[in-house]
Design a protein around this ligand. Sequence first.
Ligand code: ADP
Ligand code: MG
Length: 434
Amino acid sequence: MTAHHANNALLELRGVQQIYTSGQRRFTAVQDVNLTVSESEFVALLGPSGCGKSTLLRIITGLQKPSEGKVLYRGEPLRGVNPHATIVFQTFALFPWLNVFENVDLALKARDIPADVRKPRALDLIDRVGLDGFETAYPRELSGGMRQKVGFARAMAVEPELLCLDEPFSALDVLSAESLRGELLELWTGGSIPTKAILMVSHNIEEAVFMANRIVVMDKEPGRIIAEVKVELPHPRQRKSDEFQKVVDEVYSMLAGQTEIEAVELGVAPGEQGLTRSLPKIAISDLAGLLEHLSELSSNRQDIYRLPDELKVNPDHILSLTAAAEILGFAYVEKGDITLTSLGETFAEASILARKEIFATRIRRLPLMRWLTAMLAHSEKHALDWDVIHAALELEFPPEEAEKQLDTLINWGRYAELISYNDDKALVYLETPA
Ligand code: ADP
Ligand code: MG
């Protein structure tokens, strides 16, 4: 029976549930997920932070066994690590002491592939992802985009039938992300890789619409699937076309009302445990605009879906703004609506000086800002070169993202008058409290 499985299903999740326990607390991270991924499908999993996307990928690749439910691969129950699936992670999980070739080769070694097969295969993949000539380079010598290409080469080296991607472009700068998306699509649509299906976790609506054939929309608390959208546009897709924007709007309307589509949990400072989550890059004036707009409405509340039109701002940017409003405690998002908190209301109605004070008390709590101000406080003359801070951030973020984070820290810090910045000398100062 299995040889002739219905509609070429590769992967099937049936009634999958994941409960995590910490101390006394039992917490349903994923509830009753049913999902089938078939041959030739490119499925995007889209949903807010914490809805269980990474958990599902770990279950699918067999790194984790669900509390309940079935995981079938080609009709057979999955036992142990799935040999037909690999994951590419958001951050470049490369070994810094191994060069490009060795990083790719290691994945093949781990699957007991004989040495004479390994070398040509690794070299061929490095070539196909566009890193020909960089075989002996070390990760630190590569840009973020190039490191992620090594990640792709390593994942594809074992010729997985199912390629799982966990927000693979989100840590890259805009241009590298876009070119890498294009390159992956070319490999995929051109049929030059043995991959039979792709399952990509994303927090970016346009990215999902640009790449996937089917978008599975999730919500959190508990993590579950709430909708599916088929994307039937031919490749290469035109982001500016009406058809494209129509699908974006459709998906947006399903996601609106969820928080943190972007990875915008409180940042973790470099060197602290855990994945570094980035701060949304938004201008305070835009955030203030959103808060003022909400405060003018009678209920201090609005359907998020209506905001792009009302504020003449694109949907992804609105989601960054609502996420920023949430991490700063100015608003909360629930069932498609964003509502001002009393702090947000106070901010919207406050004088310029009072706004700065409110903002300062909020951003002092952000781990990244705490880290920066502590570092400045311990420096000679309470000042540091932009380059020095950037280099420190580069330990946690790819270079372009490090730059964005530092820009945001400086912008927010300047506004709150916690730090100042001298453009000519490229020096960041700690403001001395009056
Ligand atoms: P996503 O990838 O969508 O952001 P995750 O799958 O990482 O979501 O996490 C889903 C929820 O489960 C989150 O609330 C997270 O804090 C929690 N979680 C994830 N892994 C664990 C774990 N090993 N132990 C306890 N809770 C976890
Ligand atoms: Mg995740």
